[in-house]
Write a protein that binds this ligand. Structure first.
Ligand code: BGC
Ligand code: NOJ
Length: 814
């Protein structure tokens, strides 16, 4: 069953009914001002940091699920009938409801009794504001007297405080209203130099800024008293809950269409020019007003929207593919790339499943996310890498997360995840392969944001590498620390206190529990670091890295191979985890995928054996589960993984993030059919037809799909902010389609299904456009390359020496 369809031409997903199983959402903004918007206009906005600079309020985990949003009410002033064209919050019966989620915008609207109303929501480039472009048409035979009300609820900046210390907030809310613009200036009197504003392009019949007055003290957003009455109260908020609501009256002739612009913005003033007059407490609006005026003019708004479209077309145009599979094309060309940008912007901090309060940008997560977006915004990837590295600790270890506003490591979130440092190497390698910008390695970068501690980025990578060498366990494998990639495999935690956080509670200073996964990651990091060294004037160091990598590979073979698959770990007692000897949790996905990705077992058959075991024990029609058998009870020595009921999350859920590791491994071993088959099982577009089972958006990946042990097998959860986005993008583009940036050029090494006759692709890489045609002449994946008609040896296309901007590449598979 479906709730909409893909409009591939417009790069939109069109939702045709408001009652999707979960809110189906989109992100607005891609630089500093952001918003989350659901298909019924729910969601919230913030400037840079979802916790510290929250602009509008959202009620998580609510009933109905999605409440708090960018709401508009339309009222028929003859009958008193009123409704929301986005369905929420009035939930009235609507005709022709549609929500079009596009690249950085959403258009939501509907018809009711001959009145067609819809709103295009977007954040213009380079501005800290969002526009609601509201259009209303009268399709009746008679004139329509209408009222239109806008409504947002301000969150008092710190979303954590707003949820916990609201007794203070009830007294500090302040607004100003000037020329119909509502200025939200809570705490501006003291240490804040920023305020928010909410403006409207039409002449106002009234406004409200006090929530209780607008709604009525006993009502909700579904039945605001002001809307029911057809009249605002011109309330001025003092404390309590400041809102912004404009009221516009109009009479529309039959066939007439009218547009109203509502614009919500964030503005900062210089510290010494906050007030106007200077000795008053009145917000200085001098620099804000020109911005407000500009975006209340429809032509400017249309131009800003076109600019946004051009921007996205440009980003997506960097890699476009035409394959025999529509689901592949759709995800690669539009949605998967788009999701990669969302994870770049948000990491795991602000979604409908993460409040944006508890988490900043993850060290591990953001480094991995680079794999999916570095080709689209390389300069911003550079900045992200340097920000991340600046939070690295002198030990080479890392804060698990940092706050985007302060760019400082967040002490509350825990640390000692012993895989963390290596993702920096993986991320930097991806950046270098894409850009060839070796200068980044010489950038001076602080440790722990301490002035004076600057060292070249290259040294940070070295410390990342050494971090593991200084933390080896009894078998010579890396100590796991608090956890590795799998946050929930907590082998040093031993938590028996209800409610205690596995992620942050004090752990044993474990000297025994080891991770085979980090072993594989280390082998990969060693190869990457050696590659970096060889290309950057540190060639003499490369053999050392490779030797350490080889030693670890040997250790993994000796102590990390279980006979049919790679072992997962050793616990604090030195017992095996993820072994045939275990009663539960005999085989895990992570080491199978990652050890092979690191190249272990490719030559001697171990890789294929591990992959056969994955197929036999872990693969389901909905994707590959994390481990089997699921843990049926809580194990003190394993931690959070066994806290989940079987089939959910890390306890044998289909953790979509690591399915691509197996996909890549399949591709590496030459099994293009197997790789694409696994790819398709979790491809959201390919699952669109079972949206009633899958439940999450069919246009983006979710973190998890319930595994075979779960009663709801096939049900997805936690969509959008997941490493799944980057890894799937990387798996399909770089390993199945085989278009792979390398230090010396663009490698073309596809591993596609045998039934595919080939595919085409356009890839812009280091300033050159590569028009790639892959043609199958035999069943294998051996490649014969010609570049502009000339045969070349190997599978790497080196950038043209003569400065040509375009190159035709033909790859024949035999
Ligand atoms: C989740 C993990 C997550 C961890 C850290 C756990 O509850 O299951 O997926 O990584 O929390 O926040
Ligand atoms: C979500 C976290 O953001 C990510 O860092 C982790 O690897 C996975 N959960 C698996 O536990």
């Amino acid at each position: 069953m479906q709730y909409g369809y893909f409009d591939d031409k417009n790069r939109e997903y069109v939702i045709t009914r408001p009652d999707t199983p979960l809110p189906w959402i989109n992100y607005l903004g891609c630089q500093a001002y952001f918003g989350i918007i659901s298909n019924t206009a729910g969601g919230y906005s913030f400037y840079r940091d979802a916790r510290l600079r929250r602009i509008t309020r959202y009620r998580y985990n609510n009933v109905p699920f999605d409440l708090g949003g960018r709401y508009i009410y339309v009222r028929d002033n003859e009958t008193g009938d009123y409704w929301s064209p986005s369905w929420q919050p009035t939930r009235s019966d609507l005709e022709q409801y549609t929500c079009r989620h596009g690249m950085g915008y959403s258009i939501i609207g509907a018809k009711r009794r001959g009145i067609l109303a819809s709103t295009r929501y977007f954040v213009p480039l380079d501005e800290n504001l969002e526009i609601w472009q509201f259009t209303v048409s009268n399709e009746r035979q008679t004139p329509a007297a209408l009222s239109v009300f806008s409504a947002i609820e301000f969150c008092l900046w710190d979303a954590q405080d707003d949820a916990t210390n609201f007794q203070r907030n009830f007294s500090i809310g302040e607004v100003e209203i000037e020329d119909g613009v509502i200025y939200h200036k809570t705490e501006y009197r003291e240490r804040r130099d920023h305020f928010a504003w909410f403006a409207c392009s039409a002449e106002l019949a009234g406004f409200d800024t006090q929530r209780d007055v607008f709604l009525g003290s006993t009502r909700g957003w579904d039945r605001p008293a002001a809307v029911e009455r057809g009249e605002s109260a011109n309330s001025v908020a003092h404390g309590w809950a400041p809102i912004g609501s404009h009221h516009v009256r109009m009479v529309l002739q039959p066939g007439e269409t009218r547009q109203i612009l509502f614009v919500l913005g964030y503005h900062e003033n210089p510290k010494d020019a906050k007030f106007d007059p200077p000795d008053s407490q009145i917000v200085n609006k001098k620099t804000a007003k020109p911005v407000i005026t500009r975006y209340l003019i429809p032509a400017n708004v249309d131009a800003a929207f076109q600019k946004l479209r051009t921007y996205w077309n440009g980003l997506l145009g960097i890699c476009q593919v035409m394959t025999p599979d529509i689901h592949t094309d759709r995800m690669v060309n539009v949605w998967n790339a788009y999701q990669c940008m969302a994870t770049f912007n948000m990491s795991r901090s602000a979604s409908f499943y993460e409040s944006g309060i508890g988490r900043g940008l993850g060290f591990r997560d953001s480094n991995q996310d680079l794999l999916g977006f570095v080709h689209m915004v390389p300069e911003r990837a550079r900045e992200r890498i340097l920000d991340l590295a600046a939070t690295q600790l002198p030990s080479g270890g890392a804060y698990h997360q940092y706050q985007p506003l302060t760019k400082k490591g967040n002490n509350d979130v825990g640390g000692n995840f012993n895989d963390d440092p290596h993702w920096l190497i993986v991320g930097v390698a991806a950046y270098l392969k894409e850009t060839g910008d070796w200068s980044i390695l010489d950038e001076p970068v602080q440790y722990d944001n301490q002035p004076g501690s600057e060292q070249p980025l290259y040294e940070h990578l070295q410390r990342s590498f050494r971090y593991t060498l200084e933390r080896l366990g009894p078998h010579g494998l890396p100590l796991i620390g608090r956890a590795d990639w799998n946050d929930c495999l907590n082998l040093n935690c031993f938590s028996d206190t209800p409610g205690q956080s596995f992620q942050t509670t004090t752990n044993k200073e474990g000297k025994v529990a080891e991770s085979v996964f980090i072993g594989g990651l280390f082998v990969l990091a060693a190869k990457e670091l050696a590659g970096i060294a060889r290309h950057s004037g540190h060639a003499d160091e490369a053999p050392g890295y490779l030797a350490e990598g080889a030693r670890m590979e040997e250790t993994v073979r000796r102590h990390g191979w279980d006979g049919e698959w790679f072992l997962r770990a050793y616990d604090d007692f030195g017992n095996k985890v993820g072994s045939k000897e275990c009663a539960e949790g005999k085989i895990f996905i992570e080491p199978q995928g990652f050890c092979i990705l690191a190249g272990i077992g490719l030559d001697d058959g171990l890789a294929r054996r591990a992959l056969e075991s994955v197929r036999k024990y872990l693969a389901t029609p909905h994707g590959i589960v994390l481990q089997q058998p699921a843990y049926s009870r809580y194990y003190l020595h394993l931690g959070e993984i066994s806290s989940y009921p079987p089939g959910y999350k890390e306890n044998a859920g289909i953790f979509c993030h690591n399915n691509p590791w197996v996909i890549i491994a399949e591709a590496m071993t030459g099994n293009g059919d197997g790789a694409h088959d696994y790819y398709s099982r979790i491809n959201p577009s390919a699952r669109e037809g079972i949206s009633d089972v899958h439940r999450c958006e069919p246009y983006v990946y979710a973190q998890m799909i319930a595994g075979r042990d779960a009663p709801t097998h096939g049900e997805a959860k936690n969509s959008w902010l997941t490493g799944t986005a980057a890894w799937n993008y990387y798996a399909i583009v770089q390993w199945i389609l085989g278009i792979r940036p390398a230090y010396d050029g663009l490698q073309i090494a596809p591993s596609i299904p045998e039934r595919w006759a080939g595919f085409r692709a356009v890839r812009r890489f280091r300033g050159v456009t590569y028009n790639i045609t892959v043609r199958r002449e035999g069943p294998g994946n051996g490649v014969k390359l010609t570049v502009d008609g000339q045969p070349v040896a190997g599978d790497v296309v080196v950038p043209p020496a003569d400065g040509r901007g375009e190159v035709a590449v033909e790859a024949v598979l035999h």
